[in-house]
Design a protein. Structure first.
Length: 642
């Protein structure tokens, strides 16, 4: 999808009434209602699952351009970036695989079937995001495959806040330029929001040697709208399109086994569409929800400026849900049909990578919110998936929240997860590298967690403690050497793989103007080996943490934010030149310190200065790929109306 197509879509759809945006009546309600932890919105105080919410205020305090910069501070999250800005980025939660984390964008399943069912995190900027809800633990019973370790729901800004216009412009290190404009219109029964954002950088060199910088650019456009057809009927529509180019260096497999300067790039296009209708009957006692969602992705791999290979995918999802009020309780019943198509194109060299594949899933979901007891709330959900390519399967979850008193909440969660093999694992073919295995079985998991949330000092100090354990069966190893083809392939691993750990979060409002916070996670993730031993999973630090501080002064017109993220020592795979065998290497620990200062010049104008990696840390998140050093940026924001 080209820029022309991207903006043509906006032009054609600008008058169409947005699905998936939060449309609650007040800011206070939004702070206490979660839309991702159940099939229907639920109060945060009743959740048994571990939850993190990143709101718009936190995003603007840090002025981060990529969502992954914020996720480093979330308990249980490990971020791996292949070098510089805009390069391939993976997120693992609680020691899981990168495709065990489901990402929703305004309700649209955003994981890319053409990228191994992983979400392409490098294609997600913070420009138009209102809030991010993160629910850790198994959520397959609610959202299906991919939701084995967590769900990350990105909720974009809409026009529901009234009419207005906003813009920002930023520049800084590595010839980086970033800017965007957004607008909103609204009436008593309708709203319309639109925005465009552009990020362009020359980047840095990702190889340990050489001098060639690897740049990237990304354009994001979005449109949302709502229309109240009657007091009982709401219509919504949303569109989000991304067009990006990322340069990177190829690996010198014959010489060093490490990256070396080269003219390699990936061009990526994304289109997310959602439309829905809500109809309330019997005074709101029975609510009907109809939704249609669409994902279109394309990935072009370029060598010396010419397309060398490509993958693409489409996913169409249609669902109907009934929310039935039973006194204080709520029963949600849903049926969902999903059709996913995968396409691969490439040069025929000792094998033909060109193919088209298709998979369909028909799902039935039941989710019960129990709120009848004064101090106990519970969630019980079950899902049945009828898959065209695999055996039918059930998944379930039970979540409990018990309020001992106003300052203490006990949490518990037990559930199962299921992850279908990806199209690439089953059918993919990359000359001289990889051949798929169509006989793969789905991965399945069983998880349990318990936690406590405690308030001290009249609510000024908040402490959260969580412990969890997960067993994963039939884990898929995508780096198995096939002696028949002399290529790598994918296989299910015998025995259970385990993920277990501890998460601790503390927040302290020291005064009205000073807020401090800290997070620590211990993650132990191991994979079963043929000889019965266990091997530590790669790119999963055992120890991660962060320290945070925000200070407001000059009548809160000025703010200073300091954030320090820590990633402990971890391991990675290294494939030296033939005939040397694969090696397990060590990635050193590191700190990333970011500082942001902002000042409100007027009610409508603010300026800011941001420094990333302030200590100029020299580190690698993927073996052999160098990361950026200290970077400094400055910008201005304008806001009128709203």
């Amino acid at each position: 999808m080209s820029y022309r197509r991207l903006f043509t879509c906006l032009g054609l759809l600008v008058t169409v009434p947005a699905y998936g945006q939060t449309t609650l009546d007040s800011e206070e309600e939004i702070d206490n209602i979660i839309v991702s932890a159940a099939r229907s919105p639920i109060a945060e105080s009743g959740l048994g699952s571990s939850l993190t919410v990143i709101d718009r205020e936190q995003i603007e305090l840090r002025q981060s351009r990529y969502v992954t910069d914020l996720l480093r501070s979330v308990p249980g999250f490990a971020v791996s970036q292949v070098g510089t800005f805009g390069s391939q980025t993976q997120v693992r939660v609680r020691g899981s695989e990168a495709n065990h984390v489901l990402v929703l964008i305004d309700g649209v399943r955003a994981n890319d079937p053409a990228s191994g069912d992983e979400f392409r995190w490098e294609l997600l900027s913070t420009s138009d995001i209102e809030r991010i809800e993160i629910v850790r633990g198994p959520q397959s019973s609610l959202w299906g495959s991919d939701a084995v370790a967590a769900v990350v729901h990105v909720i974009t800004r809409s026009g529901n806040g009234g009419s207005g216009l906003g813009a920002y412009a930023e520049g800084g290190s590595h010839d980086t330029a970033n800017g965007g404009i957004s607008g909103a219109l609204g009436g008593d029964r309708w709203s319309l929001g639109i925005g465009v954002d552009r990020l362009d950088t020359d980047g840095t060199n990702v190889s340990r040697s050489g001098t060639e910088d690897d740049g990237s650019d990304m354009t994001t456009a979005s449109l949302t709208s709502t229309f109240e057809a009657s007091p009982d009927i709401d219509l919504t529509f949303g569109l989000r399109a991304v067009d990006a180019l990322s340069q990177f260096d190829p690996v010198d497999f014959l010489g060093t086994g490490l990256p070396a300067d080269g003219d390699i790039a990936t061009e990526s296009d994304r289109l997310y569409l959602n439309a829905g209708a809500t109809w309330r009957t019997f005074g709101g006692g029975l609510v009907h929800r109809i939704a249609a969602r669409y994902l279109d992705t394309e990935n072009l791999n370029l060598t010396d400026g010419a397309v060398s290979s490509a993958t693409a995918a489409e996913r169409r999802t249609f669902s109907y849900q009934s929310d039935i009020r039973l006194g204080e309780d709520l029963l949600s019943l849903a049926v969902e049909h999903e059709d996913t198509r995968f396409e691969q194109r490439g040069e025929v060299v000792f094998g033909d990578p060109n193919q088209n594949q298709d998979m369909r899933v028909l799902s039935f979901i039941a989710d019960y919110q129990g709120n009848a007891f004064e101090h106990l709330s519970w969630l019980l959900s079950a899902r049945f998936d009828d898959n065209s390519d695999f055996d039918s399967a059930w998944s379930g979850r039970l979540s409990l929240g018990w309020s001992l008193n106003e300052s203490t909440l006990l949490r518990g969660n037990i559930g199962s997860g299921r992850k279908a093999p990806t199209f690439i694992e089953r059918f993919g073919f990359f000359p001289e590298q990889f051949v798929g295995n169509p006989a793969l079985k789905p991965e399945t998991s069983r998880s349990v967690e318990a936690g406590i949330d405690k308030l001290f000092m009249d609510g000024a100090f908040e402490l959260q403690f969580t412990v969890y354990h997960q067993d994963l069966e039939d884990e898929i190893d995508g780096f198995v050497f096939d002696p028949d083809t002399f290529l790598f392939t994918a296989e299910n691993v015998a025995g259970d793989s385990t993920r277990q750990g501890v998460e601790i979060v503390a927040n302290y409002d020291l005064s009205e103007n000073l807020r401090l916070g800290a997070m620590y996670s211990y993650t132990d993730s191991t994979q079963a080996q043929p000889d019965g031993s266990e091997l530590r999973e790669v790119r999963r630090p055992r120890h991660t943490g962060s320290v945070y501080g925000n200070y407001a002064f000059l009548d809160e017109r000025a703010r200073l934010t300091i954030n320090a993220d820590y990633a402990g020592e971890s391991s990675d795979n290294f494939f030296p030149p033939f005939p040397n065998p694969q090696e397990i290497v060590t990635l050193d620990d590191y700190w990333l310190v970011d500082v942001t200062a902002s000042f409100a010049v007027s009610h409508s104008t603010s300026v800011y200065l941001r420094a990333n990696n302030l200590l100029d840390e020299d580190y690698e998140q993927v073996f052999g790929f160098a990361t950026p050093g200290r970077s400094v940026y400055g910008g201005v924001r304008l806001s009128f109306g709203r």
